[in-house]
Ligand binder design. Structure first.
Ligand code: AMP
Length: 111
């Protein structure tokens, strides 16, 4: 069980900004931008690499929720999402998550 599963189960606290049956969005504990939120599926999926066609609707749902959360947090100037996958991708928590960054002009390319 990962730390994100514990957040879903309310075993450890998080600053939750959105929740529905399929997903949870909460602020990253180590924010890299004025707004840094993680959007995660409630289903335990390790990474992007574990997805199959059964997850098509879920992933569409997550992306639409990114947009909704960005809007609700006032990111009218734009924002960025990132999904780290695997060791080389910099993934440190083995539960699929979408990073949402905003609130400042973001640099490109990322490191
Ligand atoms: P990644 O490196 O892509 O796997 O991202 C994992 C993210 O989870 C990092 O940005 C961490 O700061 C964040 N994180 C780890 N533990 C927590 C927690 N308890 N609450 C909120 N964010 C967390």
């Amino acid at each position: 069980m990962t730390i994100f599963h514990k957040i879903i189960n309310r075993e450890i606290p998080a600053d939750i900004v959105y929740e529905d049956d399929l997903c949870l969005a909460f602020r990253d504990i180590n924010a890299q931008a004025p707004t840094h939120v993680l959007i995660i599926p409630k289903e335990q999926i390790v990474s992007l690499d574990e997805l199959d066609s059964d997850h098509q609707l879920l992933m569409g749902h997550l992306l639409l929720k990114v947009r909704e959360v960005a809007k609700s947090l006032g990111l009218s100037g734009g924002y960025r999402i990132a999904v780290n996958c695997g060791e080389d991708g910099g993934q440190s928590v083995d539960h699929l998550h979408i990073h949402l960054f905003g609130g400042r002009k973001l640099n490109w390319p990322p490191g």
